[in-house]
Design a protein around this ligand. Structure first.
Ligand code: NAD
Length: 529
């Protein structure tokens, strides 16, 4: 029988203590800021490097390339990547299938140890990863740090969860029998992440798949390929056996080929509603030779609301709405894009929000400005189009224009529209940019009805001092992640299992106790004594 080469020059690790979230970095310390600047310099020396496909541990190149550029300076090439097609889909699938036969038998402790070694390696190189995120998608230092911290959290959390799952048993022992329950892996998965948390979501879905014994074809976003290549580098350096994760940079066509492949057992996807639904539909069509129903784990878009009630701390609400709406330029599925304000405080709230948003400094994320560029040319074009729509649907209060720089970065001024109707396009459609709609409401009932009137159901928040309203919201505000008197972004692994309702996806609850189940199937074994 073939064996996987599991590197022996790395010491096995076991989880140390209970899981706790990776602390955020304090960039206000001068020594820490110096380290970040040094990492930004070091990473800039590696711009323009070419990265290979990695199939069965072997490097290869394609004629067509995927070019990743700096959104703050699009003439700067961050990395040159390959562009896989149907031939590579087949090669990667065969490699993953062969590796699966061995990887599924590797003891869970060894798979867990791989994740912990990777987390250790990333923790030691935190600033370097922050720097790649700053250059490749335009994250400021704190946003980049949060992405890296979440990556570490996913690795640490799923490592412990895999051990817990491996020790599961049946709830009942039937008299006269020995009853066992095993959560066994599914097979080969296609992992298809977005560009907005290009490290955490990409690494999190991959880690969940492999720690449970599956093997993976990883197709990163074409807008964030370098960070994925760097992650593979880490996995290989800590002993990832060939074929367990096959890195294939490629576009939608490659994604389609993977989704449709008869040997694909599951698809772990995070991205837009349109692509999620397409994957769902393609995966449902049985292909010749396919002997299972493909499983889809689909986390999709959001149109997230914050309710601001008259009895709340208005300044706190203003600060948290601004940070939920404009953190990373609103390019979070959890971002607040609608704030629903009680009419009795509407004017004062709006006045303070306008003042708060006008102070958001726009500039190069390398210099750690609060608002950098949006992540790509298509993201810029889409947000600008919605800003034009907004001008016909609401009263422009902040922004409403691009911000030009000599480097031609994709900057947009943080934009707020007031007096927006709950059914307006900018109140219904996901913009995924720095655009906030303010909606007036006459009562808490009406606010809840407005909050629930989109096809999405991802995050939401309520600012109020009323326990009664909070109780009501906990039942009637239909979102997967609901927050009270705090921002609606910034879900923490373990504390806020993440995933949404309705067109926001299959509610997979990443970072929660049920997540790894999605990558397994349960097998019951009963023995007569
Ligand atoms: P996207 O749907 O455009 O792309 C996501 C991934 O799918 C990318 O890797 C892309 O290359 C790939 N892809 C594109 N077309 C495909 C196809 N036809 N078949 C297979 N794969 C295909 O999304 P994006 O712009 O990268 O990310 C932003 C979206 O992600 C937003 O809608 C956001 O709300 C959502 N998102 C959701 C969550 C969540 O947890 N619910 C988290 C982050 C982002």
């Amino acid at each position: 029988m073939a064996t996987l080469e599991i590197s022996t020059d790395v010491s096995p690790l076991a989880p140390q203590g209970v899981f706790c979230n990776e602390p955020f970095t304090d960039f206000s310390r001068s020594d820490v800021a110096r380290s970040m600047r040094a990492a930004l310099d070091a990473v800039s020396d590696q711009f323009g490097g070419e990265y290979d496909l990695i199939i069965n541990g072997k490097r290869s190149r394609t004629e067509e390339k995927t070019i990743s550029v700096n959104p703050a300076n699009p003439s700067q090439v961050i990395g040159i990547h390959q562009s896989a097609g149907p031939q590579q889909a087949e090669e990667a699938m065969q490699a993953a299938l062969a590796a699966f036969e061995i990887w599924k038998r590797v003891p869970v402790e060894e798979r867990v140890s791989l994740l912990l070694r990777a987390s250790d390696a990333i923790r030691k190189r935190k600033f370097e990863f922050c720097a790649w995120l700053t250059y490749e998608v335009g994250k400021n230092w704190a946003e980049a740090d949060a992405d890296v911290a979440e990556t570490i959290d996913f690795l640490e959390f799923y490592a412990r969860e895999a051990l817990r799952l491996a020790s599961a048993t049946t709830p009942i022992q039937y008299p006269g029998e020995r009853n066992q329950l095993f959560y066994i892996p599914l097979g080969v998965g296609a992992v298809i992440p977005p560009w907005n948390f290009p490290f955490a979501i990409m690494a999190g879905m991959t880690a969940a798949a492999i720690v449970t014994g599956n093997t993976v074809v990883l197709k990163p976003s074409t807008f964030a390929p370098t960070i994925a290549a760097r992650f593979l580098d880490v996995l290989e350096s800590v002993g990832l056996p060939p074929g367990v994760v096959n890195l294939c940079q490629g576009g939608p066509e490659f994604g389609r080929a993977l989704t449709e492949h008869p040997k694909t057992r599951f698809i772990a996807f995070t991205g837009s509603k349109a692509v999620g639904l397409e994957i769902h539909e393609r995966a449902a069509r049985t292909q010749p030779g396919q002997i299972w129903i493909k499983r889809t784990i689909l986390e999709m878009g959001g149109k997230d609301s914050i309710l601001v009630e008259s009895d709340c701390d208005i300044d706190r609400a203003v600060a948290d709405v601004a940070s939920s709406a404009f953190g990373f330029n609103g390019q979070k599925c959890s971002a607040c894009s609608r704030v629903i304000v009680d009419e009795s405080i509407y004017d004062i709230f709006l006045e303070r929000l306008q003042e708060r948003v006008s102070r958001i400094a726009v500039g190069n994320p390398v210099e750690n400005f609060a608002a950098g560029p949006v992540a790509s040319e298509p993201a810029f074009a889409k947000a600008m189009q919605y800003i034009e729509i907004g001008k016909t649907e609401g009263r422009l209060v902040n922004g409403g224009h691009a911000v030009e720089t000599p480097e031609g970065g994709y900057y947009i001024a943080p934009t707020v529209f007031a007096d927006v109707a709950p059914t307006a396009r900018i109140a219904q459609e996901e913009i995924f940019g720095p655009v906030l709609a303010v909606i007036k409401s006459r009562s808490f009932d009406e606010s809840l009805a407005i909050a629930n009137n989109t096809e999405y159901g991802l995050t939401g928040s309520v600012f109020t001092a009323s326990r009664e309203k909070l109780e009501r919201a906990s039942h009637d505000f239909h979102v997967g992640n609901l927050y009270f008197n705090r921002k609606c972004t910034g879900a923490m692994v373990g504390a806020h299992p993440f995933g949404g309702f309705n067109m926001s996806g299959t509610d997979s609850k990443a970072g929660g106790p049920d997540y790894l189940l999605l990558f397994t199937q349960a097998k019951s074994v009963a023995e007569k004594l």
